[in-house]
Design a protein around this ligand. Sequence first.
Ligand SMILES: Nc1ncnc2c1ncn2[C@@H]1O[C@H](COP(=O)(O)OP(=O)(O)OP(=O)(O)O)[C@@H](O)[C@H]1O
Length: 295
Amino acid sequence: MTGIAVLGSTNMDLVAYVAHAPKRGETVTGREFRTIPGGKGANQAVAAARAGGYVAMMGAVGSDAFGDQLRATLIASGVDTDLLRTADGPSGTAHIVVDDEGGNAIVVIPGANGTVTSLAPGDEALIATADLLLLQLELPLTAVLDGAEAARRHGVRTVLTPAPARPLPPELLSAIDLLIPNEHEAATLTGVTDPHKAAVELLSHVPEVVITLGAAGSLYASRDTGPFTVPARPIDAVDTTGAGDTFVGTLAVALGEGRPVEEALRWASTAAALCVQRPGASTSMPYRSEIDTAS
Ligand SMILES: Nc1ncnc2c1ncn2[C@@H]1O[C@H](COP(=O)(O)OP(=O)(O)OP(=O)(O)O)[C@@H](O)[C@H]1O
């Protein structure tokens, strides 16, 4: 079984559905409220576990009720949370207002995620046993860098999703094996909007790149082989939230199993397509049997 270590964020998304978002000083009555477990780290962990990986999550939840729920959600999908710390204080939260036109406004409060400034005892030993380490940018950069460098020391393949997009220090990029930005993140990192050109530019920093292109699929490039595109599955999208994290988590499992990269990308595209056909993020991520059936 592929061993996947995830060092990343857990967030409770608090979503208010309204006809129109309130202006400053205004109060509006909304239609519905939902709490949705998320955070890019947790979402990638759930996707990888459902795709058949042995997944362990590092990071922190808060000591509030959300922390218990976030941990329980991970456990329910088979993620090992033994090294997921409980930090005194609130869990990470995202306060989201979604209006009738599908527009949204979001406030993210890192909470417990902000306390993860370095690796905790046991984290490096876990990373050392994994086939891949999944990283994103929703934890303090110092912890992301520590994780990547620990993986390097133990010869573990590192995969970074550079979201939310921000300039990356060269010492982090040089410890990454596979970078998976979406097209907007790729443009932010390189200043180049054309994904092919952005991929070429990124290859001067990392050996392998996948740029996800939404309904247009994904673009793979490495220093060894020329770039190629894998199309997305043609489907009617219902809710694209979590598509990127499903893609990354599933791809990691396939790569860890030693599958050829093009086959792994197609499998990940199938998983992401299943995710976007259902509402929700982590709740809509497919299990391995569903991905295999749809492949
Ligand atoms: N409308 C769609 N139809 C089919 N597949 C899709 C669609 N949108 C996304 N996908 C699949 O999901 C992958 C990731 O999507 P995308 O590039 O939108 O990532 P993202 O911007 O990180 O997503 P999100 O932030 O919504 O999780 C794509 O490469 C594709 O395989």
